[in-house]
Ligand binder design. Structure first.
Ligand SMILES: Nc1nc2c(ncn2[C@@H]2O[C@H](COP(=O)(O)OP(=O)(O)OP(=O)(O)O)[C@@H](O)[C@H]2O)c(=O)[nH]1
Ligand SMILES: [Mg+2]
Length: 236
């Protein structure tokens, strides 16, 4: 099996070298860093990794319209041109343990999408505040109730897709850009009747750098499920 891991970055210069090294230590794993012209120089750090690990590490440098979802769209368009079996997505900040990647890749034998899930037996969250835990729990109940999606962790950003499943997403129709981009991806896959499986992960609060959670992001997350259902109907 060959896998491409897409990692969007914004100010992750201290995280990206150890993360990329941990990922490419697995056979058949390649990495695409999608950097949004990070002021801290993450792009240059990533270029250096790409130079040292030619063929295993690539970098996309974005210069306009910074955004999490936009970065994934560019990364996915790049990735589906590559000869890999599966495409994974994860955060750069070690909240997603690279050691769980093989389990996610392996789980695509049983589904089109494997979600690294905090809310299945064996999964969990380490060192999050009570408030943040409640927000995440509520977000999942909310998304499931409105959209009809059945996955326990619809907002997880650690996932692995069979290439044909991610390639079939209508990315040109996507609207959201914050974390609800992740919900939009899963929702469209659900509409396309993709099989979704979940693999337990322990989510860990970021090691280095700063959070980018904002009120705008939370508002978008509240509106997105309603917008998706109004446009496409519930997932059945
Ligand atoms: N390319 C790109 N990457 C982004 C952008 N915003 C966030 N990211 C990356 O997306 C991933 C998730 O973002 P985080 O800031 O960790 O979001 P979070 O986990 O909800 O918040 P934290 O509490 O800070 O960890 C990380 O790898 C970020 O570097 C952006 O505008 N562009
Ligand atoms: Mg994070």
């Amino acid at each position: 099996m060959t896998a491409l891991v897409i990692i969007p970055t914004y100010n992750e210069r201290d995280n990206i070298p150890p993360l990329v090294e941990a990922l490419i230590a697995f056979e058949g794993v390649r990495v695409l860093v999608v950097d949004d012209n990070s002021p801290d120089g993450t792009g240059t750090v990533a270029d250096d990794l790409a130079g040292r690990h030619s063929g295993r590490v690539n970098v996309l440098h974005r210069t306009s319209d910074r955004g999490f979802g936009r970065s994934y769209i560019d990364g996915i368009r790049w990735g589906i041109q590559e000869p890999v079996d599966v495409i994974a997505q994860m955060d750069a900040d070690f909240s997603h343990d690279p050691a769980r990647l093989p389990a996610l890749v392996a789980a695509t034998a049983n589904g089109d999408i494997a979600i690294g899930s905090r809310y299945v037996p064996g999964g969990g969250i380490r060192n999050w505040s009570k408030r943040r835990r409640l927000l995440s729990r509520f977000a999942n109940v909310y998304v499931r109730a409105i959209t009809g999606l059945r996955a326990r962790d619809c907002t997880s950003g650690f996932r692995c897709w069979r290439r044909e499943a991610i390639a079939a997403l209508p990315l040109e129709q996507f609207v959201s850009d914050g974390y609800s981009f992740l919900v939009e991806m899963l929702f469209m896959a659900g509409q396309q009747r993709r099989r979704i499986v979940e693999v337990p992960i322990t989510y860990v609060e970021r090691r280095e750098g700063e959070s980018k959670m904002s009120h705008g992001v939370i508002l978008e997350s509240a509106v997105t499920p309603w917008r998706l259902v109004a446009t496409h109907g519930r997932v059945r």
